[in-house]
Design a protein around this ligand. Sequence first.
Ligand code: NA7
Length: 552
Amino acid sequence: MTSTPSDPAPTGDFDAVVVGAGFSGLYALYRLRGFGFRTRVFEAANGVGGTWHWNRYPGARSDAPSTDYSYSFDDALQQEWDWSEFYPSQPELLEYLNHVADRFDLRPDIQLETRVTAATFDETTDLWTVTTDTGESVTARFLVLGTGNLSVPRDADFEGLDSFEGELLQTSSWPQTPVDLTGKRVGVIGTGSSGVQVVPSVMDAAAHTKVFQRTPPFAARGANRKITPEERAELRARYPEYRAHARTHAPGIDNNPGDKKTTDVTPEEMQREYEERWAVGGHSVTVAYTDVMVSEEANETLADFLRARIPEVVKDPKTAELLTPRGYPVGARRVVLEIGYYDAFNRDDVELVDVRTTPITRITPKGVLVGDEEHELDALILATGFDAMTGAVLKIDIRGLGGQTIQEKWAAGPVSYLGVSTAGFPNLLFIAGPGSPSVLTNVVVAIEQSTEWITQLMADAVADGVTRIDVDAESERQWVEHVNEVAAATLFMQGDSWYIGANVPGKPRVFMPYAGGVPAYIERTDAVRAEGYPGFLLTKGSDELASTGSAS
Ligand code: NA7
């Protein structure tokens, strides 16, 4: 598309504005450029990387292997990049994403330190007006949200937090300057993935580490290791083939799912199977049997197996028991990968504080008050999670048709058609949005698939002279119903997880991701494209938009 200020047709300052420069936004920019779209990416941070820019706490790493947790769209890229470890660490992921930005010369179209605060759809021009915290206002045909599903920290609502006189740190916005915890009494609140990673990574420096645990997570063994040159060469030889194969698995990753139910095997066979997978490490143990997320009895077999591993490592029986998760199905809250977390509690200078029986009363100037016991600290690390999936979207004042806000539209929880778009907000597209497999998968696969699909839709629409892509409300209703039905058939609803918004007080309890798996989702979205986008309302504008040419 081309446009000059004197053009009579309102094509906007940009063809597309993309929000966020993490895995999603970088790839969206690459794809949109390929279609000839004039694109501007706005990123609030002072660097690219999204999650991996912000979550730079010690020990941060992906719990998907580096061979999966990386882009597949360019074979030369995957052939030339050397991952050093099985699970990629935050510094390496950030370096990788910076490499991607440079390699594809993406930076000229990325505006850093610019947060999108509002976006309003103009019904007369079919353009979005996008406003930023730097006082800029630009217009664009499309608004693509690559804002991340775990990017907005949930409010740290501890009374007295401001009064803390020590160093206050948050895993999700760790300082870019070095943090020295040497000799300090450190407290960590939260035992999800972030807390479980940060504890073993700060305890050596700290004089004493106290872990404030409300809900013990189920954990799988994170068998991290260096990747050998032989392994790398072997993988490179079959990389493209492996990538295609990974997309045929529900989580977008081949973690060796079993094809039997727990009821098809004897208890001895089951134990052996779990043990073998435990020895391999990673999430493979959680997908040994097909009925684990649908049958409570099946789920309990895995839960029992994982619980039994804890006292094998943790020597003090009382601490081991406190670390043992009970009362919710394994997998209903995200299973963490532990690398040295349980073993940390065998040290004299690491202590577990139960804040379930007696919750945190408040933060004091000197530390954390639990009941009437004050735990004095020099540094407090909050690993208290995110306002997942909708947090970043709802932070923007987005106004669609008739001035409706997205906050009004999603008041009872997010609704979308295919996780791509929501009715009444034309030309607004989500990357790996609520209603898509997103966080239940290797998220890089979800992001690539979603970005490819969305950008193709945009290119097809423009090639056809379409200026407005909206969603048919009935199609949206049916998709939401399908997402809910699929979730209802699982045990996912039985955990107070961020998947259902349970970690944020007052948030509607709705299962947000699509639990049908990557292959089913690809099949459905591919069919929608092949059939000419049923469920979307594609309107040709009166203004003549120049075609960007056919999509690749
Ligand atoms: P999570 O998994 O949401 O974990 C947050 C933790 O913080 C969790 O253990 C919470 O306990 C705890 N928390 C939150 N509020 C409190 C209070 N008031 N008192 C005590 N403990 C509290 O976030 P993460 O950052 O670890 O991981 C998020 C995702 O990022 C992860 O799943 C991966 O996908 C990557 P609770 O469970 O609410 O009892």
